[in-house]
Design a protein around this ligand. Sequence first.
Ligand code: COA
Length: 266
Amino acid sequence: MSTEFENIELRKEDKIAWIVLNRPHRLNALTLELMEELSKALDQLEKDNEVRAIVITGAGERAFSVGADVTAFTMMEEGSRALLMARVSEAGQKVIEKIERIPKPVIAAIRGYCLGGGMEIALACDFRIASEDAELGQPEINLGIIPGWGGTQRMVRIVGLGRAKELLMLGDRIKAEEAYRIGLVNRVVPPDKLEEEAKALAEKLAKKAPIAVMYIKYATNFGSQAPLLTGLTLESLAFGITLSTEDAIEGISAFLSKREPEFKGR
Ligand code: COA
């Protein structure tokens, strides 16, 4: 386990890295220091060829994260607020974008509250697993503000415009089952099974061909933001690249000789 972080915990188990948002006394509320540490951890994991899948979760049983630490909002001078907060928004967006860009699958394992910036971190992940006791939402409207770390954009892309406006404009928390029903989370599991399920999913992903996983992540994340023809061109190019990898030779020959493939990420 790394000791260089104070607000998160980073540990590696075999091919899986765990990032734990670690301010349980504040329900893992997000400070700028925590976001900087998250950014550094993602940079490290991007370069770490041993790591094939990442799980982000919250410390303690009560929350994944309740979002930005609102105490910071009250500490600034009236005059400088707009500019400063626009910068805070941009800085946070850049960190969260790293989750979307990192060439490895990222799973959010959600226990308890997943609100505001916590929800925005989870929205950028490739998979969301929630425990039955999870409550999710974008409550910023109740503070008279709006999400600033991608919530107005990624929520729409995941649950559609109609449902997203409901979540964003009403600011109500929804339970895990409802989140599953509207496609906001992929799976709902009992609280005591959350870690196990996240680990099993990460292990399954870690066995897949890493270059193919990376291109699926990029083609879906970035292709879905482009016109169809641009997305299809991106897909063709990525398809060509995956077919030229050693892993493609391994995958096809393993299939033909009826054995399990062993992908090396080459
Ligand atoms: N930032 C800073 N502190 C927060 C926080 C946040 N976003 N959310 C909760 N806390 C603090 C509370 O102030 C409280 O601190 P205290 O013990 O010193 O009083 C502690 O965490 C526990 O919260 P509490 O409200 O007592 O627990 P609860 O179970 O009754 O309610 C929530 C939990 C998450 C529903 C409620 O705290 C809440 O609505 N928080 C705000 C969430 C939000 O608006 N996030 C978006 C921010 S932009």
